[in-house]
Design a binder for this molecule. Structure first.
Ligand code: UFG
Length: 326
């Protein structure tokens, strides 16, 4: 009997890539998703329960029937500027609904939890590459919700109950399933690689570079871009680790090196073979100049060996996904 995995947000971008790997490896999967931004077509394995984590009664019923061995929790709002305008919406969904989930896990004795955290918990880090030991110092409500849940998880795992978790702090996730079955599908994308690829495709007239006067070699911000399938693999390893009785851990998910906005834009032009207008725009508030992971801990603890640490490949899979059906 393979373990049963309860996946919240399994219809979303990262969740659907993890559900695909879980299904391929023979796990029994159930996706719990309200489809507010996810898509039923993105769930390639297992069933969907279309429901909200605010609905604790439904959550309980599903736990009673499915009897999960572990929970992977992706469901959350993720748009930083929206979180500034609507903090309560973010705290309710990302924090209160996570508490609901943790309470129901406790009621049913489910003790293994994998959490989607974010490099946003670091804010503007002093140390680069940023280690997991750097202080939590988020600079927007989105990052605050992730830091708050991390504190809750820490306290819960120290409370004497049998609960253990892995918190994965994602850096800049990009690209799509190399087999082309799933990919990013979110209205009004703001992320650089998606934006640039859609501009190459002609969906936007031009790409804006937000800030060219940063203290970096070419003046634009540097990020640690990680392929979504490598990130998905990290979840599988974290799951196996917890099911084998591993201790709670907080792990950065990045490659440990970065690219500037200009380098990304040039690589998008090269990979797609399309030229498009690029304009220099003012800085976007809240952007740290450099955000690169110290990436050795996840390799040591989980034995994670990324396969797609290649910006051209990341962009190629994003481009192929955008062009599907053409
Ligand atoms: N950028 C542009 N033009 C665009 C889009 C982005 O110049 O059209 C720049 C941004 O200013 C930034 C870089 O490209 O310097 C990357 O921006 P993204 O929006 O792709 O990603 P962020 O680094 O802002 O965000 C990521 C995650 C967030 C997380 C944050 C932590 O997507 O969820 O890191 O700092 F909160």
């Amino acid at each position: 009997e393979m373990p049963k995995i309860f996946v919240t947000g399994g219809a979303g971008y990262i969740g659907s890539h993890v559900v695909k790997l879980l299904g391929e490896r023979g796990y029994e999967v159930l996706t719990y998703d309200n489809l507010s931004t996810g898509h039923e077509w993105a769930i390639l394995y297992g069933n969907l329960v279309k429901a909200d984590l605010g609905d604790k009664e439904t959550l309980r019923k599903v736990f009673e029937e499915f009897k999960p061995d572990a929970v992977i929790h992706f469901a959350a709002y993720i748009v930083v500027p929206e979180s500034v305008k609507e903090p309560l919406k973010y705290y309710r969904n990302n924090v209160i609904n996570t508490i609901n989930l943790l309470e129901v896990m406790r009621e049913f004795g489910v003790k293994s939890f994998i959490f989607s955290s974010s490099a946003a918990v670091y804010g503007i880090p002093k140390e680069i590459p940023v280690p997991e030991t750097a202080p939590l110092n988020p600079i927007n409500p989105y990052g605050e919700t992730k830091a708050t849940v991390e504190r809750i998880l820490r306290d819960l795992s120290n409370s004497g109950t049998d609960f253990h978790y892995v918190s994965l702090r994602y850096f800049n996730v990009a690209g799509a399933d190399p087999e082309g079955k799933i990919g990013f599908a979110y209205p009004d994308p703001t992320h650089l690689i998606i934006r640039a690829v859609k501009t190459a495709k002609g969906e936007f007239e031009r790409l804006e570079i937000y800030g060219t006067d940063y203290s970096t070699p070419d003046g634009t911000c540097i990020r640690d871009y990680i392929h979504v399938t490598d990130l998905a693999e990290a979840h599988i390893l974290a799951l196996e680790y917890l099911l084998d009785g591993g201790e709670s851990e907080i792990l950065n998910c990045g490659y440990g090196h970065g690219y500037s906005v200009r380098e990304v834009v040039e690589t998008v032009k090269k990979v797609t073979g399309k030229d498009f207008p690029v304009v220099e725009a003012p800085r976007r508030p809240g952007d740290p100049p450099v955000l690169v992971a110290k990436a050795d801990k996840i390799k040591r603890v989980l034995g994670w060996r990324p396969r797609y640490d290649d910006l051209e490949f990341i962009i190629k899979t994003a481009w192929d996904w955008e062009c599907r059906g053409l």
